[in-house]
Design a protein. Structure first.
Length: 625
């Protein structure tokens, strides 16, 4: 529905004395459809308008404010008046939301407004007389005649509320049509968002940057910036997910039904002469089924992944029988083995630039989407399953409290594809089983866009340090504290004291050697290296301080030596605990900041996958579902 606002002047007569045309009856379809006299079905869905009146000396008109897809051309058609002119306008204290669904707009949600004191809604206004408003009321799903109450939600798809409209001439009191049900059902379709954008940006070109997709609770479900998503480019840099969902890539593509068509076979028009094509987007989705064998020594990790590629495809490059089959199947057909070879234009090839070894577990599967009434009319989805060993440089300064970026480097390596296509990572999805890792916890992925033909998917993981804390940290700390028993020996028993400390020192060195076998030869100290040096250093200090009481006692007497032995014990314990506590505090801070604020990935949604969208994809249901 498209909302409208109106105010009637206290004075003045109706502009037209002629009998207005009978208002069209609302469609029983419930989505604002009307049936015209010649059998042509015109789908009407009221298009976010508010209205306010303007007093004039000769007539009483209403200022109608449009904040959705209802352009001035559509209002002229609905109101049967070519005199109408568009006026830039806005309303304060309200915000635009999307709710419900519309068959006219591919089953996507449509806009309404709710109160929000901090927001302003931009749109286009038009002045209407009473006869024109009657026509518009019927289009908006408000009952006419009898005891109909346009200010009540009962029996109306929309009802009016009073509000204030701002134009260049000032503010005017008015009314707005608000959707009776504001419940979120489906994200708005791409075509609907484009229609809204054209209407709003036409009056506010300098102020319009992004159209936020909100639900009635003002939760952000996505955004739209008016750029053709098939050709839109993003800035380079690391990007966070736009939203999270339980639906898979193919489920979202099927749900949106962009290419859905009546199951009637048609003969496609003859293809135009082939011309140089604009660079278009290849939307990539990565499904992770397994992530394991993170090997710092070999600088590699293993992943079992499915790569989805969705892209616009020339209709002329597809045999007619395949196009007709796609139409007959409702807009999509799965190509059988060998049928992809009948496609006359080469499918873009995306490669893993940092792969060490790759095995194809499932050959490419092709899905053909086609509907002659859509733009573009044809697209292809290709997906295949791979077992890949990737090369990865591990940063180990914070080991064992480190976080790692398991990077999947996607590129067009062939120049012909670089000229024709632009790589865009649409989504990353994790299969539930891939989240169970003994040594690591998974965190939300990120995408690093480096150029139009290079994007790096960062699968973020954080090490579980408990094994190292217990088996190395606790054990070495106990060995270091155990060395304090050397002070219990007689001051003169130098051999016994040195035997204790040297035995423990050799044990600590053995720990260091064993630990070093599991780490690469890096030119810096890790957190665990620093800890082990503290422990070895404490054993060295123990050996020195254990000798001092004997030297003092031999020179100044046994009693002085015993006193010195006590204070050497205190000094040793302090020299051990103070650095150790400082290391624990520093390691805790390293552990807390290790994920860089990226949320931990927990499978907290229904279904078998956790889905993260990085780019709204055309022909696919966008927003949280």
């Amino acid at each position: 529905m498209k909302a409208f606002a109106r105010r009637t002047s206290d004075s003045g007569s109706e502009r037209s004395s002629s009998k207005p045309p009978a208002p069209p009856a609302p469609s029983p379809a419930g989505n604002g459809e009307q049936q015209s006299g010649d059998g042509y079905q015109m789908k009407i869905k009221s298009d976010y308008f508010t209205s306010s009146s303007s007093s004039s000396s000769s007539s009483s008109n209403t200022l109608v404010f449009g904040f959705g897809s209802n352009s001035i051309e559509q209002v002229r058609e609905r109101c049967n008046s070519q005199r109408l002119q568009a006026i830039p306008a806005s309303i304060k204290g309200w915000t635009r939301i999307f709710a419900g669904s519309s068959n006219r707009w591919e089953g996507g949600g449509v806009a309404s407004i709710v109160k929000d004191e901090k927001s302003t809604v931009l749109g286009t206004a038009v002045r209407l007389n009473k006869a024109e408003l009657r026509l518009l009321d019927a289009c908006e799903g408000i009952a006419v005649g009898g005891d109909a109450n346009p200010y009540s939600s009962k029996g109306n798809r929309y009802y009016r509320v009073k509000l204030t409209i701002s134009t260049a001439q000032g503010e005017e009191e008015g009314e707005a049509y608000v959707r009776t049900s504001s419940e979120w059902e489906n994200p708005p379709s791409q075509r609907y968002l484009e229609a809204c954008w054209r209407n709003i940006a036409g009056s506010h070109r300098d102020k319009t940057s992004t159209l936020s997709i909100l639900d009635s609770s003002l939760k952000r479900r996505g955004s739209f910036d008016g750029t053709d998503p098939w050709k839109k480019a993003r800035q380079s840099g690391i990007h966070s997910p736009l939203y999270k969902s339980a639906s898979t890539i193919i489920e979202r593509l099927n749900k949106h039904k962009f290419f859905a068509s009546a199951t009637t076979t048609v003969n496609p028009a003859a293809a135009p002469a082939k011309a140089k094509r604009e660079q278009i987007n290849v939307f990539v989705g990565l499904a992770v089924y397994e992530l394991s064998h993170l090997n710092a020594v070999e600088s590699s990790f293993f992943a079992k992944i499915r790569l989805h590629r969705f892209f616009q495809y020339p209709t002329s490059a597809v045999p007619k029988d395949l196009l007709n089959r796609a139409i007959a199947d409702g807009g999509m057909t799965v190509l059988k083995h060998g049928e992809d070879e009948r496609l006359t234009e080469e499918v873009p090839l995306i490669e893993f630039y940092n792969e060490v070894a790759k095995e194809c577990l499932d050959p490419p599967a092709f899905r053909l989407y086609h509907n002659p009434a859509k733009s573009p009319p044809t697209a292809i989805m290709v997906n295949d399953l791979h077992a890949v060993t990737f090369r990865e440089h591990f940063e180990l300064e914070d080991f064992p409290f480190d976080s790692q970026q398991c990077q999947v480097d996607l590129r067009f390596l062939q120049y012909k594809f670089r000229d024709m296509y632009r790589l865009k990572v649409h989504a990353v999805q994790y299969q539930k089983g891939s989240l169970s890792m003994n040594e690591w916890t998974m965190h939300e992925p990120r995408v690093d866009i480096r150029s139009p033909d290079v994007s790096v998917i960062q699968l973020l993981v954080k090490r579980r340090p408990k094994f190292y804390i217990i088996n190395i940290g606790v054990m070495l700390s106990a060995l270091s504290l155990l060395s304090s028993t050397a002070f219990a020996c007689d001051v003169e028993a130098v051999g016994e004291r040195m035997g204790i400390t040297l035995t423990l020192l050799l044990t600590a060195v053995a720990y260091k050697i064993v630990l070093g076998d599991g780490l690469p030869k890096v030119p810096y100290l890790t957190q665990i290296d620093i800890f082990m040096f503290l422990c070895v250093g404490s054993l060295f200090i123990c050996s020195v301080t254990a000798l001092i009481p004997n030297l003092i006692g031999a020179r100044w007497g046994e009693e002085i030596g015993e006193v010195c032995n006590f204070w050497m014990l205190i000094a040793f314990v302090a020299s051990l605990l103070v650095p150790l506590l400082a290391w624990i505090r520093g390691s805790y801070n390293v552990f807390k900041r290790g994920n860089g604020g990226v949320p931990m990935l927990v499978h907290d949604v229904k279904g078998n996958f956790t889905y993260f969208a990085f780019e709204d994809c055309p022909c696919m249901a966008n927003g949280v579902m």
